[in-house]
Design a protein around this ligand. Structure first.
Ligand SMILES: Cc1ncc(COP(=O)(O)O)c(C=O)c1O
Length: 448
């Protein structure tokens, strides 16, 4: 019996004897109980294959920390998303940190150089700029798409501007033609926080293909998940070499996977005169060229990632369908809301289904209704990030009027790959019931 078959047997036994893995599998049509089973906004789209790969990597692997499985996943990920090089790290936030540090060093940006980004988003898109002594320059959003308003960018470009850091809202790209035109006109780079937009395309090309470097998150809510995890990718080898060094304590040696076990290292001269100010021979593994961190993932996370990649098309299609179905239901039964659409040139691999309410009271009551019915909702992350205690010293939040309405009027529900007919019917029935009771109340109010 192979190890894989034995693990499968073990899982079947455990599964038969105990109520486990409900969260991993999320809900299936037979286990969904209306009003009782939570409708999570997302979750890992895993089955036994991920668990088997994980257990095999632990039982058979040579490494616990980043090793062969992680390296294999890096190569598969690069190939899948048409990139030349990737390094896996322990989160999307770490990916942004390593990405910014690596691009800053590679392009010789100076402290105080300026990076343009949306004032609404996830905090660890912004934090690595500050952690790398770069100056964030904020752009207000447009309420139609919730993305930053491209027409406000050029007035903020100065001689110190080095890049635009794009993070498409819930996966939905802005007009990339216009964005790339701005970058080209002003000779600035495009960086991509792709944590919410893995798989989204513009004119048939992945968004990451347009950027000098991009990051991904494998947190459970994201398109593919390794529990925690992230990736930095680029077509420029040196950027990934620096990112890997930053993630691996700052060391110079970039032996990965099986080369890690070679006595003389991948370069064949592991023991050499590596230090300019020291005559002796030193082991390359202990030469430090960057002020680094330890952002390494575990090897079994790489094994899970490889299985998840095989499901990518299925996940993508299911996310697209979930958003479409929920948008139809929302537009039929909730008055006054807007669900943003993608532009005709884009295919969005939705992270969630965004909802823009006409006012704060309608958001409050809709969120309350969803949550009461066990349908998870989420804020669009930090809202105007300048309202947050950690960042309010940067600038006056009032300068960004559209961003200021996000906490009041915007939220999202899932576009999750595990949603099935029973879930859609449940959400439809709940929203229809609310709609009809609102109609009745209106009639009653009018008749009083
Ligand atoms: C746009 C964006 N960037 C970065 C991150 C951080 O990813 P992680 O949770 O893996 O650190 C997230 C997290 O959800 C995100 O949505």
């Amino acid at each position: 019996m192979t190890l894989e078959a034995e693990i499968q047997d073990f899982l079947t036994n455990v599964g038969n004897n105990h109520q486990i893995f409900k969260y991993l599998y999320n809900t299936t049509p037979d286990t969904f109980v209306p009003f009782e089973t939570p409708v999570y906004y997302s979750g890992p789209y895993w089955d036994n294959k991920e668990i088997i790969a994980m257990m095999k990597a632990i039982l058979e692997g040579k490494w616990i920390t980043s090793g062969e499985m992680v390296h294999k996943f890096e190569a598969q990920f690069s190939k899948k998303f048409k990139l030349n090089h990737s390094v896996m790290v322990n989160s999307g936030s770490s990916a942004n940190l390593a990405l910014i540090g690596a691009v800053k060093k590679y392009l010789e940006w100076q402290d105080g150089d300026e990076i343009i980004l949306s004032v609404v988003g996830f905090p660890t898109t912004l934090a690595p700029l500050l952690q790398n002594n770069l100056k964030p320059v904020f752009i207000d959003i447009e309420l139609d798409s919730l993305n930053f308003d491209l027409e406000l960018i050029e007035e903020k470009i100065t001689p110190k501007t080095k890049a635009i850091f794009l993070s498409p809202v819930l996966g939905n790209p802005p007009n990339m033609d216009r964005l790339l035109e701005i970058c080209k006109k002003h000779s600035i780079e495009l960086l991509l926080d792709n944590c919410d937009s893995l798989g989204s395309t513009w004119r048939g090309k992945y968004l990451n293909e347009y950027a000098i470097a991009s990051s991904t998150s494998f947190y459970p809510a994201h398109h593919i998940s390794t529990g925690e995890g992230g990736m930095v990718s680029s077509n420029i080898k040196e950027i990934i070499k620096i990112a890997r060094s930053l993630a691996w304590w700052g060391r110079a040696c970039d032996c990965v996977g099986a080369t890690n076990l070679l006595p003389c290292g991948g370069c064949g001269k592991r023991f050499d005169h590596w230090l300019p100010d020291y005559d002796g021979v030193v082991d390359h593994r202990y030469v430090f060229t960057n002020i680094g961190y330890n952002l390494k993932p575990l090897d079994f996370q790489g094994a899970i990632g490889s299985v998840q990649l095989e499901k990518f098309e299925e996940i993508e299609q299911r996310r697209i369908q979930s958003k479409k179905r929920l948008q139809g239901i929302l537009e039929e039964y909730v008055e006054g809301i807007k669900v943003p659409n993608e532009l005709p040139e884009a295919t969005t691999c939705w992270f969630g289904t965004p909802i823009v309410c006409p006012d704060s009271e309608s958001k409050r009551s809709l969120v309350e209704y969803f949550e009461k019915n066990k349908i998870q909702t989420r804020n669009y992350f930090a809202g105007n990030i300048l309202l947050q205690p950690a960042y309010k010293h940067l600038e006056n939040a009032e300068n960004y009027p559209n961003a200021n309405v996000v906490l009041d009027r915007v939220f999202f529900i899932g576009a999750a790959p595990h949603y099935h007919e029973q879930i859609f019917e449940y959400i439809q029935e709940r929203l229809k019931a609310r709609f009809e009771s609102q109609k009745t109340n209106k009639v009653l109010n009018l008749s009083c």
